[in-house]
Design a protein around this ligand. Structure first.
Ligand code: KG4
Ligand code: ZN
Length: 333
C-alpha cells in the first residue's frame, strides 16, 4: 500500500502545502506574501495573519492537484521550526487539528533538514555522504549529510545569513524586500568593478556583517560625492555585492570539500536560487571533478515538498510526534 503524506510549511512568509506519495512529489502549492514588501522585511504579525487566510485554500489546492482525498492520507507533516512563532503556530495548529480529525499520525520536521532533503525530490539524487551548503534568509550552514536523518553542521554564520546580506545590501540600494532576486537580476546587466573586503573567518564558519558595513560606508562616501551614484551605478553595485557574497560561499565550499575529501556537493535554501552562485558552483565543480547538485528553483525557496520528503524518511523510520507538540522558534539541527 502506498504512503500518502500531506506536508505543511509556514515557518516564515510562504504558506505552502504538498502531497507526497511514496517519496514522490504529487503536488506543491506555495502562496507568497506581497504584504511585506512595503515594510522592507517580514513583519511577524502580518505573516501569521496571512498564513491564517491562505492555509485552507493552499491545502485544498495541493490535495486537488494531486488528485488525493484527505481520507487517503497516511500521516500529516509540518514544519515545527526554526522560524517565526506566530507563523509556525498556524501550520502546527492546522496540522494537529487535521491529523486529529482524520485519526492519522503527525510528523514534525526541522526546516533546515528539509532544505537539505529537497535534493531527494528529484533525480539525480546525491549519494552519501555529501556536503550541503544551506543558504537562506535566516540561515547559512555547511552540513555534512551521512544519511537522510543523520546530519552534522560543520560551520555556520557568526552573524548575518547570506540571504540577509543580500536583503540588507539591497535595502541600502533602495531595492524592495526581498532584494536577493532583484540583485541577481540587476547583476546580470552589470560589472563587478567595486570591491568589498573578503572576511577572514577561520574554519567553516561564515560572516557577512563586515561586508555589509563595507557596503554601507562605500555607498555613503560615494553618494556624498555624487548624490545620484546609486541610481547611475545600480547594476554594477549589484554585480559587485553578488560577486563578494558568492565568493565567500564558494571559498567555504572548497575548504569543506578539501577537509572532508567529499566531492558530492549540494546547495539548498533561497539563496541557492542565485544565478551567480549556481554558475560559480557549476564551474568550480567541472574544474575539480565534483558532482554538483543544484535544486530546481521551486525547491530552493521555502516549500512544503521538502517538508514532505523529510517526513517520508521519518515515516519510514517510525518517527512520529504527539498532539502535545509545539513550535520551536530556535532549534539546532
Ligand atoms: O529559504 P528561503 O525562501 O526562506 C528562508 O528560510 O529564509 O530564503 C529566502 C532568502 C531571502 O533572503 C531572499 O533574498 C533570498 O533567499 N533569495 C535570493 C534569490 N532568491 C531568493 N538571494 C539571491 N539571489 C536570488 N536569486
Ligand atoms: Zn527556508
Amino acid at each position: 500500500m502506498s504512503i500518502y503524506l500531506l506536508a505543511i510549511e509556514s515557518s516564515c512568509d510562504d504558506t505552502s502545502a504538498a502531497v507526497i506519495r511514496d517519496g514522490e512529489v504529487l503536488s506543491n502549492v506555495t502562496a507568497g506574501q506581497e504584504e511585506h514588501r512595503a515594510y522592507g522585511g517580514v513583519v511577524p504579525e502580518v505573516a501569521s495573519r496571512a498564513h491564517f487566510q491562505q492555509i485552507i485554500p493552499v491545502v485544498d489546492l495541493a490535495l486537488e492537484r494531486a488528485s488525493v482525498k484527505k481520507e487517503q492520507l497516511s500521516a500529516l507533516a509540518f514544519t515545527r521550526g526554526p522560524g517565526l512563532l506566530g507563523s509556525l503556530l498556524v501550520g502546527v495548529t492546522f496540522a494537529k487539528a487535521m491529523a486529529l480529525s482524520l485519526r492519522i499520525p503527525l510528523i514534525e520536521v526541522h526546516h533546515l533538514q528539509a532544505h537539505v532533503l529537497a535534493h531527494f525530490a528529484e533525480e539525480p539524487k546525491p549519494s552519501f555522504p555529501f556536503l550541503c551548503l544551506t543558504v537562506s534568509g535566516g540561515h547559512t550552514q555547511m552540513v555534512l549529510v551521512r544519511a537522510p536523518l543523520d546530519m552534522e553542521v560543520l560551520g555556520q554564520t557568526l552573524d548575518d545569513a547570506a540571504g540577509e546580506a543580500f536583503d540588507k545590501a539591497g535595502r541600502m540600494m533602495g531595492l524592495p524586500y526581498p532584494a536577493g532576486p532583484e540583485i541577481d537580476r540587476l547583476a546580470r546587466q552589470g560589472t563587478a568593478r567595486f570591491s568589498f573586503p573578503e572576511p577572514k573567518i577561520r574554519g567553516l564558519d561564515f560572516s557577512f556583517s563586515g561586508v555589509k558595513t563595507a557596503i554601507r560606508y562605500f555607498l555613503r562616501d560615494e553618494t556624498a560625492k555624487n548624490p545620484n551614484f546609486i541610481e547611475e551605478n545600480l547594476a554594477d553595485i549589484a554585480a559587485s555585492v553578488q560577486e563578494r557574497i558568492v565568493s565567500i560561499l564558494l571559498s567555504k565550499i572548497k575548504r569543506a570539500a578539501r577537509e572532508t575529501a567529499i566531492s558530492e556537493i549540494a546547495i539548498a535554501g533561497g539563496v541557492s536560487a542565485n544565478s551567480g552562485l549556481r554558475k560559480a558552483l557549476q564551474r568550480e565543480g567541472e574544474k575539480r571533478g565534483w558532482q554538483v547538485y543544484i535544486p530546481r528553483l521551486e525547491y530552493c525557496t521555502d516549500n512544503a515538498a521538502m517538508i514532505g520528503i523529510a517526513a517520508y524518511y521519518k515515516y519510514l523510520a517510525g518517527e512520529f510526534c504527539g498532539q502535545d507538540v509545539s513550535p520551536e522558534v530556535r532549534w539546532a539541527l
